[in-house]
Structure formats: C-alpha cells, structure tokens
Design a protein around this ligand. Structure first.
Ligand code: ZN
Length: 426
C-alpha cells in the first residue's frame, strides 16, 4: 500500500488581506561519458509487476530541471525523410503538453514531487519553443560502422553520440537559443539512421539487442549545460520500442511509438538532467526506467480499444498512450500525480475568535492519502490525518476586527491554490 501526504497550500490565504547504476539504465562508457538510456523491450528480464517495489528513487545531490522549454530538431539531410504527418504529430503533442503545463493530469506531473539541494522542483513548467528542420549533411568522419538493427536492413549511416552532441550544439549556437537546465533539445532522426554511444557498437547502439530505443544526456558548452535527448526513429521496431496502441492512428508513421519514448526521456531529464539527481541506487534506473519493461508499462486505459487505439492520457483534449513514470509517493508507477484536496472553513471571523477548518484529500491512482496540511497565509500551518485534520485558527491581527478570508477554497479541486502541493511517503 502506498501512503501519501498532501499539503494544501494556503487553504486560508486570509493574511494576505490583513489576516491571513545500473543494471541497464545509466551506464558509463569507455570514453568516460555516462548515458541514461531506454533499453529495448525484452533486452532485460521483465520485471514481475508494475508496482513491484524495486525501491524508490534515491537523491544523489545534483540538480533537477525547474522548467523545461522544449525544442524539437528534425535532422534529415537530402536523401532522408520522416513519414508524412510524423513531424506535425510530434509538434502537436509538444504543444498539447505545454498547453496543460502545471496540471496534475498527465505523466509529466508525476515528477513534480522531486526536488534538489538548490531548492528547485522538477516542475511541470513546460513550454514549446519550436520544431526545426535541420538539413545539414550527416558527418562522414569518425562515424560508427554500418550495423544490422533488430528490425529491417542494415543501417548504412551510423552516427556516434559525439556527432549528435556536436550537431545539437551547433544548432543551438546558430539559432541563438538558450542552454542551461531549463531547456531541452530533442534530436529526431529519420528511419534508416543508426547511431551508437561511440565508435564501438558493442558499447550500445539504437535498436540492437542490449542497445537502446532512446536516451537523454547533457554536455557542457561555454560553461553551460546543454540537455538533449536522442529520438531515433522508434516506430521501426514496435516490439522493442513501441506502445502497442495507436490512438493517433497509423497515417503519421505510427508516431505513438515515438511519443511515449519522448515522454520517457523528457520526464527523466527533468528529474535527473545531469544523471546525478534522482535514480535508484539499487538498480541504477531512473524514474521512467522503473516503469519500463514491466507487466504493464501503461496502467489502465482511459478509453479506446486495447491493442488498437487505447489511450491512457488526455492532454489538452487529445489522446495519447504514454508510459508511466515512477512515483516515490506511490512507491510505484503512476499515470499522473492525481491528488485532489478539499478544504472548508469560514469565510470571515473576528479577531481572537476560534475558527474551525477541515480538509481532506484523495488519490486518484489508488494510493491512500494519510495526511493533510493546511497552510495559512501567514506561514502558519496545521497538519493531521485526513480523517481528522480539523484545526482551529484564531485571527491574530489586532489591527483588524474582521478576518477576511481569501476565497481559496473555491480552487481546491486543483490543489495548487496559493502554494505548492507536495506529498511524500511519510
Ligand atoms: Zn530511461
């Protein structure tokens, strides 16, 4: 059973008005670079159950991304192309994710529980900064060798991660874009383009046994971190990298197989952009890794026909099938950070009068909410179990005779009123 604790931010804002390492996920290669990658299905032993407790994520001292401004780079020189509709569908997904920024309604919200030593939180603060087509030719020096992928013919073009980093970096520079831990660059590659961590394919390549579907990483340029993800063309291998459901159909190159991978890497990048923040010390896995290659990576469908067009996310009104993310609060995988809080209390009172407030919470993902904290606008708070958190509060201001309560209670269906919601498993 999972346990949770809700803080209802400033239920009463009265004072504002006068009162108020891994087995398979993070690896270090011979060149010293570390990568967090998404392995192909079946390349590791299937985990017993989606909620099997491999243990929670541990904090390793590094930063999270407090915001995520997303860029899509589609790198397809002459002779290479993406399926019709593929780029548009990815753009729409990224726009949808930005449109719902801050909501507790999709997988991006799960990571908002993770904080860092700088006092930052992996907020669902997502914007879409644009989709760009990059027609620069692929490099021809220092490439990895052509190799046969798990599915289909030999990849005659093979790019190393160094080459991908170089392209991302030059793209960022030439477009005058921002680096740092509030930006991420997703580099999409068309079908037929292989890539490996380095020149030695034994170290790991896209779509081979023991290799990866995608990864996120970072590099430093001019003293600034540049966070990026490798978005190779995963729809080519639906068994190894796919979702099994296509709520957005097939006319876009089976883009749903890409979007879940994209969501996986973006969530992990927010929680662990430099690979030194949130990952499981026992397994070496980051959050989304812990929910991959399980008996059920997606959780209950919200609608659609299973195996056809089932979806488990509604983002800005559109349907998606996205792999779940790990929640320490739930000690398991979650589709969304689905807590709702309620609070009631008087709307006004006299100074010195004892006023009663009650609050409660519910976990839409099936966890048990064990406690609730009401934060008052003056920095005071009151906590208790959800069954009986009632508290009394005496308006402290001698200057006012009437306690005017800010009507925050009307916003508590989305418990972000006037402050942040947090939960943990204690
Ligand atoms: Zn991962």
């Amino acid at each position: 059973m999972s346990t949770r604790f809700i803080t209802i931010g400033a239920t009463v804002c009265a004072l504002a008005l006068g009162v108020a390492a891994p087995a398979d996920a993070i690896v270090t290669k011979a060149n010293g670079q570390r990568y967090s990658y998404l392995p192909l299905n079946g390349s590791t032993a299937k985990k017993a159950a989606p909620f099997a407790a491999n243990g929670n994520l541990d904090y390793h001292g590094g930063p999270v991304m407090p915001a995520m401004h997303q860029y899509a780079i589609f790198w397809a020189p002459s002779g290479f192309s993406f399926p019709a509709g593929y780029q548009a569908a990815i753009t729409k997904y990224m726009q949808d994710l930005a449109a719902d920024s801050g909501k507790p309604t999709n997988t991006t919200s799960v990571g908002t529980q993770y904080t860092d030593s700088l006092g930052n939180r992996a907020n669902y603060n997502v914007t879409f900064e644009g989709a760009f087509t990059d027609t620069n030719p692929y490099p021809t020096n220092g490439n990895c060798l052509p190799y046969p992928p798990a599915v289909g013919p030999v990849f005659s073009t093979c790019l190393t991660d160094d080459q991908l980093q170089s392209e991302v970096s030059s793209f960022v520079s030439s477009h005058g874009n921002q680096r740092g831990l509030t930006n991420i660059y997703h580099l999409f590659l068309p079908d037929g383009v292989g890539n490996c961590f380095d020149a030695n394919p034994l170290d790991g390549c896209f779509d081979i046994a023991g290799g990866y579907c995608a990864y996120h990483n970072s590099f430093t340029s001019n003293g600034q971190e540049t966070v990026y993800s490798n978005q190779s063309f995963t729809p080519r291998d639906p068994a190894g990298c796919g979702t099994g459901n296509y709520p957005n159909g097939h006319a876009n190159g089976n883009v749903d197989d890409q979007l879940s991978v994209l969501s996986h890497e973006a969530n992990e990048a927010r929680e662990d952009p430099l690979l030194d923040a949130w990952w499981n010390s026992n397994t070496g896995e980051e959050g989304a890794d812990q929910c991959r290659n399980t008996a059920d990576d997606y959780g209950p469908l919200l609608g659609g026909t299973p195996g056809v067009d089932g979806f488990n996310q509604v983002i800005n009104g559109d349907h998606y099938i996205l792999q779940m993310d790990w929640s320490n609060a739930h000690n398991g995988c979650e589709q969304r950070y689905n807590l709702t809080g309620t609070a009631t209390g008087p709307s006004s009172g006299q100074v010195g009068q004892s006023l009663a407030f009650t609050a409660g919470g519910a976990d839409g993902e099936g966890g048990t909410v064990t406690g609730v904290t009401i934060n008052f606008g003056d920095g005071a708070s009151a906590s208790g179990p959800t069954a009986s958190p009632p508290t009394t509060r005496r308006p402290p201001s001698a200057a006012n005779t009437t306690l005017a309560l800010f009507p925050c209670s009307t916003k508590l269906s989305r418990p972000r009123c006037c402050g942040s919601m947090s939960k943990n498993n204690r």
